[in-house]
Design a protein around this ligand. Sequence first.
Ligand SMILES: NC(=O)C1=CN([C@@H]2O[C@H](COP(=O)(O)OP(=O)(O)OC[C@H]3O[C@@H](n4cnc5c(N)ncnc54)[C@H](OP(=O)(O)O)[C@@H]3O)[C@@H](O)[C@H]2O)C=CC1
Ligand SMILES: O=C1O[C@H](COP(=O)(O)O)[C@@H](O)[C@H](O)[C@H]1O
Length: 488
Amino acid sequence: MAVEQTPAVDIALFGALGDLALRKLFPALYHLDREGLLNEGTRIAGLARHEMSAEEFRNTVAAALEKRVKADEREESVIKRFLARIDSIRLDFMNVESYAQIVEWRKGRTVPLVVYMSVPASLFGTISQHLQTAGCLDDTSRIVVEKPIGYDLKTSIELNDSIGSVFDETGIYRIDHYLGKDTVQNLLALRFANPIFGNQWNRDNISYVEITVAETVGIEGRWGYFDGAGQLRDMLQNHVMQVLCMTAMEPPASLDADSIRAEKVKVLKALRPITGDALRTNVIRGQYAAGQIDGQAVPGYLEEEGANTASSTETFVAIKAEIDNWRWKGVPFYLRSGKRMPRKETQIVIHFRQQEHNIFPGAAAGNKLVIRLQPDEGLTLEVQAKDGGLNAGENLVTGEMKLDFKTAFPQARIPDAYERLILEVMRGRQYLFVRRDEVEASWTWIDTLQDGFAEQGLKPEAYAAGSWGPKSANEMVTRDGNAWKEFF
Ligand SMILES: NC(=O)C1=CN([C@@H]2O[C@H](COP(=O)(O)OP(=O)(O)OC[C@H]3O[C@@H](n4cnc5c(N)ncnc54)[C@H](OP(=O)(O)O)[C@@H]3O)[C@@H](O)[C@H]2O)C=CC1
Ligand SMILES: O=C1O[C@H](COP(=O)(O)O)[C@@H](O)[C@H](O)[C@H]1O
């Protein structure tokens, strides 16, 4: 199939020597170049406060590619072409006068400027203002901002206001990298291109839904950041909520950004606030203690480097969420996400109801659709079949129909989320980016939880690293007669 050409852009990458830029953004841009998806007129300026010649900066990027791109995907000719697009600009981000260098870099250029904020959120407002004052922007300019968008509703409004005073909403690309994962986008195809599922996707046919985003990593030297956030802000408020929205939303009229985002925001607004006693029964928080991952001993959260032994920040959260709308009334959505879980796994399990009248001996299980988002991307549909052999009678057994993406589509490389997201920024398509009202609706729901924990003095329970979280996370589900699906 012919590759859709991308328009040329100038990318001004603020924080070009930081972790995100070197670990994710430059490798993603390289892959786009290798796939023929970077217009030959596209240029990249790495902006940093350190003095560095263009040559030194290109060497730094080359070293990052060496480390982050698989050997069989590194092509000398592409690396050379890619590095030739890169300039380096030493800039004092806080000094408006130094922005004249961006104006100089853009002299004679008519392509849109893409400003990528790979810097702490506290700088987003100042950089935006300085870009405007220095005359770097026009109405084709775009800005890409990273999560976290605020710490709560109040700070997210402040942050959105400061960016919004310079950029129009149509030029703001808020990244949630889960939306860049192929398998998360595939949820749209699964639901809206397969009537066999789409027609069953409601409270009449589904008894409950599980969404698990489990990580084996701990804090990885990020205690300072993480302790101020916790798993609820770090993972639930954004990634898990986005996956929930893609699972639960109504069919959008089209793939257009506002059609999709309007449906997602309706889900967020229909989430029932969890308050009072329900906070103890429907929200379980945990903090990992020492344990083992893959047979290796790992320290507890409070023994991690930089830890404050008094911390009561959660590293695990499980929530029974309910969506008060026509489609989902009465269907629990069990959400859970934790660090130091036994394995890295993101999956959605749809539990279909069994029919009322059963003609077979014994209880017949309902169908389950397991959607594996990462790793081992694919789908499994559990179906009931008659047990084989003459002695089996009419007994039923559960079998599996599987679609493994790597086997089914061997020619397709599963791209990193940032490749897809940067591609869509260059194309000027916002459907994979989060709109302001989504961020704010999500914080509104999360703030209710945080306020309730503080008022009731609720603290996380300990769980051993390498386990699936506190026991009460299981009890929350079994109390309803349901169960988390085990991983195999
Ligand atoms: N790393 C990741 O995987 C993820 C990061 N993010 C977000 O991406 C953004 C960047 O994160 P990350 O790369 O990890 O952070 P880093 O701290 O590694 O990088 C930030 C960069 O910004 C530069 N910087 C900070 N303050 C200034 C300043 N006043 N003037 C000039 N340069 C400055 C730093 O320069 P210097 O090197 O000189 O200090 C550094 O190069 C943050 O908003 C973060 O929340 C979001 C999701 C994942
Ligand atoms: O945004 C974040 O995501 C990562 C998990 O991302 P994944 O793509 O590896 O699933 C998480 O570890 C980190 O704490 C969080 O800030």
